[in-house]
Design a protein around this ligand. Structure first.
Ligand SMILES: N[C@@H](CCC(=O)N[C@@H](CS)C(=O)NCC(=O)O)C(=O)O
Length: 206
């Protein structure tokens, strides 16, 4: 890829890590620009006008164009590579897991991690606290569904590591920070270890 790639990010965010991990697996160089989301740095008029009208990171900047939404940014980087399955069914199956990640997994597993490990349970609003039991149950159900699927196969979609695995790795491997017990999901744990053993893998903190 010849154009300049800049990731507008918050390093501890799993959504941002997905994009970094995709770039690393593909050997692509990314410049990084850090924003403090706890201080509202993605909600400034400048950010909203020039980077993402939705006021959130990650945003991948490719040349002078901007791609918000983590999974779209991963797709942009991986288009044409082995991280996207060649077969039509497997490509659709990859997308199925990436959409599922945004609807069933991230809003529960990532939100619990954010509330517990970053905001702190004591600082949550009454309304947020009331959502905890539902999010814990839905997050555990998402991890259980992945575990059942991975019990019979190495990768979520297709025959090799792909974007579905990257997208779901990001918040699954730190689910313990949100109070989920990864030890309850042995097939998920084996899959996490397979991804971490990949050439060019980078950890979240890197
Ligand atoms: N669906 C979006 C979610 C983006 C998102 O929620 N980003 C969070 C950090 S992980 C954020 O920017 N929060 C700051 C804010 O909402 O002000 C994606 O996958 O990129």
């Amino acid at each position: 890829m010849s154009e300049r790639l800049v990731l507008h990010e918050y390093a501890q965010s799993g959504n941002c890590y997905k994009v970094r991990l995709t770039a690393a697996l593909l050997g692509l160089a990314l410049e990084r620009r850090e924003y403090d989301i706890m201080a509202g740095e993605t909600r400034t008029p400048d950010f909203i006008a020039n980077v993402n009208s939705n006021g959130r990171i990650p945003v991948l900047q490719a040349g002078d164009r901007f791609i918000p939404e983590s999974n779209a940014a991963c797709f942009y980087l991986a288009d044409g590579s082995d991280l996207i399955p060649a077969g039509r069914f497997d490509r659709a199956d990859m997308l199925r897991w990436m959409f599922w990640e945004q609807y069933n997994h991230e809003p529960n597993v990532a939100t619990m991690r954010f509330w517990v490990a970053f905001v702190g349970e004591a600082n949550l609003t009454e309304a947020q606290r009331a959502q905890i039991p539902g999010k814990r149950a839905a997050g555990a159900a998402a991890l259980r569904l992945m575990d059942e699927h991975l019990a019979g196969r190495d990768w979520l979609a297709g025959e090799r590591l792909g974007l579905a695995d990257v997208a779901l790795y990001a918040y699954t491997h730190v689910a313990g920070e949100g109070g989920f017990r990864l030890g309850d999901y042995p097939a998920v744990q084996a899959w996490l270890a397979r991804i971490a053993a990949e050439a060019n893998y980078v950890p979240m903190g890197a």
